[in-house]
Design a protein around this ligand. Structure first.
Ligand code: GLV
Ligand code: GLV
Length: 323
């Protein structure tokens, strides 16, 4: 019986697909595995079902003599050393597509929350400070007729754009490869170079995968390019933004606000961040809907079962390993 190391309790539906057929070694604690537990856990395992919070680097891979598949229960795979996996003939899979709509929804929840002061307003009312309607109470930004700037126009970026059309917004985007014209038409989206998107956006939102090439893509210089009335939203990966620069920018009110679901040194927060009042925070919950998390778990389980029975899984991140 093959052993599968599962680094965190996952939705039951995923486990059910594996129980009885494989030996499951599941982290019993309600926290990510420690480095030591990871190194121990992969030693005997033929399969690893891991989370975006697990660092699967070369050391881990070299420790895992029997490993055939790493199934990340996430769409982002920046926590995994893909090169090391490929060199060792290990298939890496992810969970694309299924979390697209949930993540787009959270992006809009954050966008609306920051521009209309939903969190601060809630605290204000609860604190008994609401003494009646006032002309200047919690006034925020408009959406209708404003420009939504999307950096990274893959599945999630497009799902965000579709919602933007419903709010009557103009859509500008940038992407490594420009979209086909018929897709641009569907979203009434205008392609622009990165810096132009940043300059034109009233709401700037990030939807690209993280890699070292895009580390601090939104740096001090690019924050300076933003309109002073603009908002920045990030539901992708924290290190796309220079968080220290963002803290200083928000502190000096050089942009209107920001909303973050992901952090540069997650789960650590850059000092100064939580003191800011023009910022809304979420604990990396982009894909956190009941059905999305269930399907993500099932997809990861299915990928593992496929590899262990010699079948090509559906969502391979390093297809060259199968050539
Ligand atoms: C979430 O951040 C994911 O990559 O699935
Ligand atoms: C996510 O599924 C993306 O590729 O945008």
């Amino acid at each position: 019986m093959s052993t599968i190391f599962i680094t965190r309790k996952i939705p039951e539906e995923g486990l059910k697909m594996l129980e009885g057929k494989y030996r499951l070694k599941i982290n019993p604690a309600d926290r990510p595995v420690t480095r030591q537990e990871m190194l121990e856990g992969v030693k005997e395992a033929e399969a690893l079902l891991c989370m975006l919070t697990d660092r699967v680097d070369r050391d881990v891979i070299e420790r895992a003599a029997n490993l055939k598949v790493v199934a990340n229960m996430a769409v982002g795979v920046d926590n995994i050393d893909l090169k090391a996996c490929t060199e060792h003939g290990i298939v890496v899979t992810n969970t694309p597509g299924v979390l697209t709509e949930a993540t787009a929804d959270l992006t809009w929840a954050l966008l609306l929350a920051v521009t209309r002061h939903i969190v601060a307003g809630d605290h204000f009312v609860r604190a008994g400070k609401f003494n009646g309607w006032a002309p200047l109470l919690f006034v925020g930004g408009d959406l209708f007729g404003k420009t939504l700037g999307i950096i990274g126009m893959g599945r999630i970026g497009q799902a965000v754009a579709r919602r933007g059309l419903g709010f009557g917004m103009r859509i500008v985007y940038t992407k490594r490869e420009r979209l086909p014209l018929e897709v641009e038409k569907e979203f009434k989206a205008t392609y622009l170079p990165l810096d132009e998107v940043i300059r034109e956006a009233d709401y700037l939102t990030l939807h690209l995968p993280y890699s070292p090439e895009v580390h601090h893509l939104i740096n001090r210089k690019r924050l300076e390019m933003m309109k002073p009335t603009a908002y920045l939203i990030n539901t992708a990966r924290g290190a796309l933004i220079d968080e220290q620069a963002l803290v200083e920018h928000l502190k000096e009110h050089k942009i209107a606000g920001a909303a973050l679901d992901v952090f540069e040194k997650e789960p650590k927060l850059t000092p100064g961040l939580i003191e800011l009042d023009n910022l809304v925070l979420a604990p990396h919950t982009g894909s956190a809907t009941i059905s999305t998390r269930r399907i993500m778990a099932e997809m990861a389980a299915k990928s593992i079962a496929a590899v262990l029975s010699g079948v090509k899984p559906e969502h391979v991140v390093n297809p060259e390993v199968l050539e």
